[in-house]
Ligand binder design. Structure first.
Ligand SMILES: [Zn+2]
Length: 279
């Protein structure tokens, strides 16, 4: 093959790749633009507590991301759980709240969501000296590193319907998914700008230490005490509070709120959310 023929072949390969990539982008745009199906708006209004509070422009951003999410993810019912539109939409809407303004692909590292009717028993291998044994624990949800998300439908409903108790298992588990995108789960997700990392680390470390002290003294923390387990759980529970108790968080923990506001590029304290107040 002559050099000219080789160059021609490379150019042709590049054109094919560029056309395929343009087509993929076009297809994704078409999927994102699909209107909601009949009945979906009613499900969102009745099952997703934060949905009615969303400003209009964010509501249409949510619809687009939900369409992509529903196209990409596979839902599997376990222990007899039926995967209805209600189940799919409630999970998709809460999960996509976290990526409403994200420009990168949404949740690219996994495909499957397992849904149980209620809390389920997970079995893990544990070790005591030389003895390896099965350890059982009751769970409402979990997120496997680069693997499936597992959720309990009754806990999803309870957390999603109540938009101000600070508990939302879908937000919690999908915050873990954002955390793992950096390649390691450590409570530090990929930030929008590399210049933000130093400030994020300082504020999050200081806030985590102060939070641990409040937990120790049994003081009201705004944040679920489960976050005391590790910086990984801290990031997940502050994400729950950011969406479900935004006014209280902004008032009591303004520096933490402002880091999350910059990360999620959202200001839920300005939304019309239930009885969440700054006091
Ligand atoms: Zn967790």
């Amino acid at each position: 093959m002559s050099a000219a023929q080789f160059l021609l072949l490379v150019a042709a390969g590049f054109l094919v790749w560029a056309a395929a990539s343009r087509y993929r982008k076009y297809r994704r745009q078409q999927i994102a633009k699909q209107p909601l199906e009949p009945g979906w708006e009613d499900i969102l209004q009745s099952k997703v507590g934060l949905y009615p509070a969303l400003p209009n422009e964010l509501r249409s951003a949510l619809h687009s991301r939900m369409q992509l999410f529903l196209h990409d993810k596979e839902f599997v019912g376990c222990d007899g759980q039926v995967i209805s539109d209600e189940v799919r939409l409630t999970i998709a809407a809460n999960a996509c709240l976290l990526v409403l303004t994200q420009t990168r692909p949404i949740y690219p590292s996994f495909q499957t969501i397992l849904v149980y009717p209620s809390t389920y028993v997970a079995t893990e291998k544990a070790r005591d000296g030389m003895i390896v044994y099965d350890q059982h624990s009751v769970r409402a949800g979990e997120s496997w590193y680069r693997g499936p998300v597992v959720l309990s439908w009754s806990d999803i409903l309870h957390g999603s319907n109540n938009d101000e108790d600070g508990h939302n298992v879908v937000i919690h588990e999908f915050a873990h998914k954002l955390d793992e995108e950096s390649g390691v789960m450590n409570g530090l997700p990929i930030l929008r700008n590399s210049a933000h990392y130093a400030e994020w680390s300082k504020v999050l470390n200081d806030e985590y230490d102060a939070f641990l002290k409040r937990v120790e003294r049994r003081r009201n923390t705004v944040i679920d005490e489960y976050g005391a387990l590790s910086p990984v759980e801290f990031f997940a529970v502050i994400s729950e509070s950011f969406f479900e108790k935004p006014k209280r968080m902004k008032s009591k923990l303004p520096e933490l709120y402002s880091q999350l506001e910059r990360y999620y590029h959202l200001d839920p304290a300005s939304w019309n959310t239930g009885s969440d107040t700054s006091s």
